[in-house]
Design a binder for this molecule. Structure first.
Ligand SMILES: Nc1ncnc2c1ncn2[C@@H]1O[C@H](COP(=O)(O)OP(=O)(O)OP(=O)(O)O)[C@@H](O)[C@H]1O
Length: 336
């Protein structure tokens, strides 16, 4: 295996013509991904993930910038790159009337070396479906087949564009196992997703991308640690809305935010913050409607950086800094 980066991207830009002027789908992305890393590109719909990945896969051309895949450039050595990468697109449509084995046999013939067809089916646990028609497969099985197609050339890098979107939880977990297996084999995986739990579970490092730019880069644990608190307390209060600044001043609260249906606090120590919250509500005679606690997630990182949720582009109020004086919220922007 080479010691050069598996992927190197410098000042990558892609503009599409738009009705109201050019759309800057990728607006200056720098990336260096070492071999063997499972790297996640995270961001909401329209952030520029697919465009970036398509350029890396050689399916789209950049407007400007440098791209090297396994030390090679698409405009110089396209075949050499194609032989060593695998691609699973966001949506794949295979011929309904072909069997799993037939399809994999066709794709295997495109590569000078690779897995056996049986080996590829085993990697994605589809052995029992070898002779099933593609139209007979469930959504999760079809997606695993798409991954098997990506793996058939035994690639050094596998690109997976939103591999689990639309799948049920069990199918998602089955695909996660396939990706973890690949990671365990030392292969490089570049994954795009808008599921934060997926990124946390699978990725060594993630780049959070928004409006064509990387706004945070690091391991999920590093990005979460930057929020300063490990826990989120979410609660609702009966009656009129309360200014979140009231809660920001409470013991061990690092940031407070009004949510659509209540409030969310980033806290260092829930056993100090919760009693303080209950006392404060008691004092003003406002009963608590509900309260839950959870660990901070990458979703919270995204909200803290952009003031928006990843999944639905819902607008959030900026967070109000706690007594440690930390402000994590930014001005809420209008959804595009
Ligand atoms: N062929 C195209 N022509 C014009 N605009 C495009 C084209 N492809 C993408 N865009 C625009 O570029 C931006 C980035 O799109 P892209 O598909 O890369 O985002 P994404 O993060 O992958 O989103 P999704 O999760 O929805 O696929 C969006 O504003 C999109 O509308």
């Amino acid at each position: 295996m080479t010691t050069e980066p598996a992927i190197r991207v410098k000042d990558l830009r892609k503009e599409y013509p738009g009705r109201d002027g050019p759309v800057h789908a990728v607006a200056g992305v720098d990336l260096e991904i070492p071999p063997g890393e499972c790297f996640g590109l995270l961001g909401p719909n329209g952030a520029g993930k697919t465009t970036t990945v398509e350029i890396l896969e050689g399916l789209n051309r950049p407007t400007s910038g440098e791209v090297e895949v396994l030390g090679r450039r698409w405009d110089v050595e396209p075949t050499a790159i194609r032989e060593r990468i695998g691609v699973t697109l966001q949506e794949t449509r295979f011929p309904d009337k072909e069997t799993v084995r037939e399809l994999l046999t066709v794709f295997r013939s495109f590569y000078s070396h690779g897995l056996t067809v049986d080996g590829a089916m085993a990697r994605v646990s589809l052995e029992s479906k070898a002779n099933a028609l593609i139209e007979q497969l469930s959504g999760g099985q079809q997606q695993r087949l798409a991954v098997a197609v990506g793996l058939i050339g035994d690639p050094e890098i596998l690109f997976l564009d939103e591999p689990t979107t639309g799948l049920d939880p069990q199918s998602r977990r089955q695909l996660w196992d396939v990706i973890l297996d690949l990671r365990g084999r030392g292969r490089t995986v570049l994954l795009t997703t808008h599921y934060m739990d997926e990124a946390e579970r699978l990725c060594d490092r993630v780049a959070v991308i928004d409006q064509g730019k990387i706004i945070a880069l690091g391991s999920p644990a590093e990005l979460i640690a930057k929020l300063g608190g490990e826990h989120v307390v979410e609660f609702g209060v009966e009656g009129e809305p309360i200014d979140p600044a009231t809660f920001a001043a409470l013991d061990s609260v690092l940031a407070a935010r009004a949510e659509a249906d209540g409030y969310s606090l980033t806290v260092g120590e829930p056993h100090r913050a919760i009693p303080a919250l209950l006392d404060a509500l008691d004092e003003v005679g406002r009963p608590l409607a509900r309260l839950t606690t959870r660990h901070v997630s990458l979703e919270d990182v995204f909200v803290a950086l952009t003031g928006r949720r990843l999944r639905d582009d819902e607008i959030e109020e900026p967070a109000v800094g706690g007594r440690n004086g930390r402000r994590w919220g930014r001005k809420a922007r209008a959804a595009r």
